[in-house]
Design a protein around this ligand. Structure first.
Ligand SMILES: *Cc1c(COP(=O)(O)O)cnc(C)c1O
Length: 217
């Protein structure tokens, strides 16, 4: 199947209100052009050194939004702010405060999601629920940030009911944060190739799809 055919199949399963983001780490520029021609305007990368050359090669394509989904180190924060429209993986208070300071100094201000770990997962970054609630007032003080919602990545090996429960917990956490703070919590970035349909059932507004569009990495 071609990339366009795969995208057609996926789009038939998802409501138009859900933003489909093509995850293009280790995907060639020519495959990205194919996805663009099939209507994809949102691309996600997890490494700056891979993303920047691709952005340069694709700079003639209009209206692309670039999403950063990798682990963000503080020393790369400025570059990521400059090169992306969205950052999905703000995963600790120190990083949020650093981003806030950079934006205040006039660096570009992308939209952000806070990355949460609703289940314990030694391999994943992110706030635990309790920690995020504890950091809430400090986050509210980061006035220059455009915090839009939450992002989560689930651990591998969960059953369908565990996946549904974890996505539901993420959605409920967004509700709680909205009630307890002035933060905007309209976006839920959750769901990848293996679990996007379950994520949509539980209210995902953005899904991040790699393998199911572009094939195995
Ligand atoms: C790689 C990646 C994805 C896409 O995963 P697939 O299984 O290829 O769909 C989504 N989100 C993040 C954060 C990723 O690193």
């Amino acid at each position: 199947m071609t990339i366009a055919q795969r995208l057609d199949q996926i789009r038939q399963q998802i409501p138009p209100s859900v933003l489909l983001i093509g995850v293009t780490k280790q995907v060639s520029v020519s495959a990205m052009k194919e996805a663009y021609e099939a209507g994809v305007r949102d691309f996600a990368e997890s490494r700056l050194q891979e993303a920047i050359p691709k952005q340069e090669q694709l700079q003639d394509l209009k209206h692309i939004s670039w999403h950063f989904i990798g682990h963000l180190q503080t020393n790369k924060a400025k570059k990521v702010l400059e090169h992306f429209d969205w950052i999905h993986c703000v995963d600790n208070l120190k990083l949020a405060q650093r981003l806030n300071q950079l934006v205040q100094e006039g660096v570009n201000s992308p939209k952000l999601c806070l990355q949460v770990k609703v289940l314990p997962d030694p391999n994943k970054y992110g706030w635990h629920i309790r920690e995020l609630l504890d950091d809430l007032s400090e986050l509210e003080r980061c006035k220059h940030l455009k915090i839009e919602g939450l992002m989560t990545i689930l651990p591998l090996g969960l059953s369908e009911s565990e996946i549904l429960a974890a996505f539901d917990q993420t959605r409920q956490l967004a509700q709680t944060l909205k009630q307890q703070s002035s933060l905007s919590m309209e976006q839920l970035s959750m769901g990848m190739s293996s679990d996007y349909l379950l994520a949509i059932q539980q209210g995902a507004t953005m899904i991040r799809l790699g393998r199911i569009i572009f094939g195995d990495r």
